[in-house]
Design a protein around this ligand. Sequence first.
Ligand SMILES: [Zn+2]
Length: 351
Amino acid sequence: MKNSEAILVTPKHFEIQECPVPEPKENEILLKVEYVGMCGSDIHGFEFGPFIPPKDPNQKIGLGHEVAGEVAAIGSKVTKFKVGDKVLIEPGVPDNTCDYCKTGRYNICPGVDFMATQPNYKGALTQYMTHPEEWTYHIPEGMTTMEAALVEPAAVGMHAAILGEARLGKSIVILGAGTIGLMVLQACLSLGATDITVVDVIEKRLDLAEKLGAKRVINGKEQDTVAYLRSEELYGDHGVELVFECGGSVFLAQQAVQIVARGGRIMMVGTQSKPVPIDFLKINREVTIQTSFRYCNNFPQTIEAIATGKFNVKDMVTNIYDYKDVQQAFEDAIDPVKKTEMIKGVVKVSD
Ligand SMILES: [Zn+2]
């Protein structure tokens, strides 16, 4: 058995390097990687280097954390899995000891060991990797390994939708229809919501949002989003009960403030890399602003939603690259023209 890993040697430059096949510890599986999803954070890391730079300048930087494949070996104490099982993994391993973990909020555990970030920068763009059995899931019948690799970003949407209390009867607006916005859309739909408006400026994304089940879409370049949503024909003076910011944009965050209803909720899902000035006078009628981070106990329900056809991740995949073309994959993802065509890219590491 041979192994290799895609290492980011400098920003914008991957090198596929040979490396040893890791030995699973007693509670770990050895995963033969099949598909890896390209996350916005990986693409950002490729372009600029990691969000949190490593302390050691010789630290190898791997990317990728949306991953599924086949069990190639198991540690001596593994009981849930056997060699040959198709599995997907949850890429954050919390410490299980802090107050957050103990109170069931492991997604905000400060001691979490999350893939492709500090302290280990261990990426999924590799042929073989180990992972704890506890954070590994079976892929059910009818779900492909490629779909399984997209459970992770889908779970981000599921967590945000549940935290935001999306349900049938609520008016919902999703600002930003990139991967995460479209995942939030589908999570809201799978929870029963129907009155969902999706806003973006890229027609291809809006077409997909409609196909996936949005009630209406708004192209923010062609229409005044706030005026339209606030028109008598739509939500008028009342406003929108639940607004998701999924673009990581100051502009969209400020739009959220302008459209949210009294007593409504703004879910901040996108990563805001700059401070956002908020006019609190506009939302002084008991509006909740809530950030959402990764996911917490959402993998089983997300797997169920995808396996039963309530949640369509397959149609979000616009680009599939071979592992040997990983450099090209990420170059395309940062190319100003090509990136507008890419909704979700995946890397096929093996069959
Ligand atoms: Zn913890």
